[in-house]
Design a binder for this molecule. Structure first.
Ligand SMILES: [Zn+2]
Length: 280
């Protein structure tokens, strides 16, 4: 009985929480003139958002991709060295971004080792990210979702990247944190006003769905550039994948597209406001 009472007491709270979910004032499909910064752990983490990124770029926004690691570990091909893999991953990411209309100079790679992000010096990584936030001054930060009311399970680098991005967003707004950037480098503190968090496991926290109908082909084509990560190249890298291999990757990309009301969409947890409240 007591349990039942608790349920009834909680119900209005949960209903209110649902109602009070923030929504963008302007639908993402209508955003223009904004600076968008995406922080990911690997070249291809942005692939979950490629439709949205292509749409934003096409609508006159400036999209920047900041990737923390070089991707120099993730392969099953026994013949690739770390150096080779890092070079391949860079070239694949640039090719994917070109497909989306995002210029190569908007790709920033911070050079950390793949697979070990959570063991890096957190202060140094956050300082690095804060510098880029203060330089680019994004209107919107896109990042792995650290979780809403609980820690989301991510694989290691994604888990680290989600918190590093959120921590950097919080730190960037404080004038006296990493103050050398302000007193010596001419940067200014900055508070990011809006966030789009992405994840690849479930859709439970998504509150914003972006209609990517006009950008599906770009998303599919961009995905097919990651031939060292998907298709036969995962086990045996081929710099010139066959037409059949490319088709296999495109089919896979197409099969993973979420449909809502007959439209291709990408889902995000939108958040607005002070980064100190990111977990609320
Ligand atoms: Zn990744």
């Amino acid at each position: 009985m007591k349990k039942l009472l608790m349920c009834w007491l909680l119900f209005p709270l949960l209903a209110f929480a649902q109602l009070s979910e923030p929504k963008p004032d302007t639908p993402v499909e209508k955003w223009a003139g904004k600076t968008i910064m995406l922080i990911g752990a690997h070249a291809d983490d942005d692939a979950l958002s490629h439709g949205t990124l292509a749409l934003l770029q096409a609508h006159g926004n400036q999209v920047y991709i900041v990737t923390l690691t070089t991707g120099n570990v993730g392969t099953q091909d026994p013949n690739l060295s770390r150096t080779q893999l890092a070079a391949i991953r860079r070239q694949e990411e640039l090719a994917a971004l070109a497909e989306l209309g995002i210029p190569g100079e908007h790709y920033i790679n911070l050079g950390y080792d793949d697979g070990l992000l959570e063991f890096e010096d957190r202060k140094a990584v956050v300082e690095n990210l804060v510098r880029w936030i203060r330089k680019l001054r994004p209107d919107v930060l896109m990042a792995w979702d650290p979780g809403k009311n609980y820690q989301r399970w991510h694989k290691s680098d994604h888990r680290a990247a989600s918190y590093l991005a959120a921590d950097a967003a919080r730190a960037a707004m404080w004038r006296l944190l990493f103050e050398g950037q302000i007193t010596q480098e001419g940067l200014k503190e900055y508070m990011i006003p809006e966030y789009l968090f992405y994840n690849d496991y479930d859709n439970n926290d998504e509150n914003t769905w972006v209609d990517i109908s006009g950008f599906v082909e770009k998303k599919v084509n961009a995905f097919s550039k990651y031939s060292s990560q998907y298709g036969p190249g995962w086990k045996q890298y081929n710099p010139h994948p066959s037409g059949a291999d490319l088709q296999q990757m495109k089919d896979y990309a197409r099969s993973r597209i979420t449909m809502k009301n007959g439209k291709a969409v990408e889902g995000f947890r939108y958040y607005k406001g002070l980064p100190d409240a990111l977990g609320k």
